[in-house]
Design a protein around this ligand. Sequence first.
Ligand code: F6R
Length: 606
Amino acid sequence: MCGIVGYIGKQPCVDLLIGGLRRLEYRGYDSAGVAIMDGGTTRILRSQGKLNNLTKLVAQEKPVGTLGIGHTRWATHGRPSEQNAHPHKYGSAAVVHNGIIENHAQLRSQLQSAGHKFSSETDTEIVAHLIDDEIKAGKGAEAAVRATLAKLEGAYAICVLIDGVSDTMIAARHDAPLIVGVGDGENYVASDVPAILNLTRDMIFLEEGEIATVTTEQIAISDLAGNPIDRPPQRILWDAMMAEKGGHKHFMLKEIHEQPRAVTDTIRDRLSPSKADAYIDGFEADPANVRKLFLVACGTSWHAALVGKFLIESLAKIPVEVDLGSEFRYRDPLVTDSDLFVAISQSGETADTLAALREAKRKGARVLSVVNVVGSTISRESDGTVYTHAGPEIGVASTKAFTTQLSALILLAIHLGRRSGALDEARAGELITDLLQIPEQMKSVLDHEATINVIARRYATARDFLYLGRGINYPIALEGALKLKEISYIHAEGYPAGEMKHGPIALIDEQMPVIVLAPRGSGYEKIISNLSEVRAREGKVIAIASRGDASIGDLVDDLIQIPDVRPELQPLLTVLPLQLLAYRIADIRGTDVDQPRNLAKSVTVE
Ligand code: F6R
């Protein structure tokens, strides 16, 4: 999401920092800043918008110093603005941070009660306050950072400078990547390899709960308790483009593999297992006053909306209508001021979804949005927003945005269900416990990439594909077909399995691969009948089934297994093999996976 870079050495550092930030530009960002140690005090320069704004500011202000940290922000807490840009400085401590401090609200109110005044809306600023308190209490720089980290919950990669300590920068990580680059008489810190790849190829990858105290000559790594850790640097041989993609061939593949992290970030600080509840920041819905929900979106986000209908109707028992942004306002929809309109959009800028939102508002509906890009138009025009913390999605074909949208919709369904009384504490508790297991289960599906590669090679030359699903997995069939079409240019259709005999069955012959979503659950027997109908007509069946389903293997040509989870959570797993399959087939066919022909990432025209 955000990017961090740090330098300590003998060279003037500001241009090196800006260069590092520029190399992280592909991640997209909304503000940037640097802190430069100048005569024992850090000087902070920050600006909203593109990096060029910061470059201009730096050219005017000409900060000097050979120790500095820099940051590009991709907003998660607090809108994009200069005030919310990093570094955040309080007293003696200047901090840059990637990740989410989950207990920030609680720490902020404790600090406010002790008289602290805050100048930003970010979760990061509390870290500077806490470190400064420790310094004032007499601790040294490293001890102050260590004591602060012990109070933080959530994910962080941080880099810290402290006034009066001109020979050290301190970096630490927990659940967010951080690298220390090894130079000759100079050293570097970065969130990502590409930021410093032009300066060094020797990198130490910090692990969870580690702190690095970095001077010009030394890199001392220790754990949170202060035990020293000896870790030699690794030599990175990737080229610059490869490094931006985290070693993957395409952004899409990188983003597919980021999904366990993205889903964790989306659900983590919004669930209370002890209260069996889910929270939507800044938005309380009273289901007693909600007649109907409208879920409106385009493309992949519309598929998330279709899953959302199943979730909300089943868990909250509130009627849901799903609409395409491009259709909604042309059919004079019957929206009233007792309705809740939910816009779902990765970019937050899709013109049709935005126009639908405006139409619903005009008719008096309350508007909530599920959006990935903080500060985007759809989020600004909504009464409340559930941000999906997917991080910037660069590949045109949406992957991690989709699974984070599904996660956000599960949160919304639990939130509404608990308040409507339809979801009792026991069922909500079980669902939350299972949801918290999902990121690990996603990893286990992604680990079986090799099986999918074999299947991809077998069917890469097919002319058409059919995707079948039922119930909550029917939208996943649509999504699987869309992914394949977009990036491989193979014609593919998603269909509700029960509808196959009303038409598409005529297409089936020995040339036609049919992907069947057949995890355990209600409708399982019916889907087995559907796949038998395909087999009887010589179609090739590739099934996505629950691990432990001993009998399905005999009925299909190819089998991809996923963990056996409750139906509400299945789409988070069933979609993963379909993303990987589309990716592999496209790669085999040699298409431009990240920028498929005729497509744009954000469709801002109607
Ligand atoms: C498909 C894809 C598109 C988008 C659609 C809506 O992979 O990415 O179908 O889902 O253009 O975009 P957002 O979610 O930004 O409104």
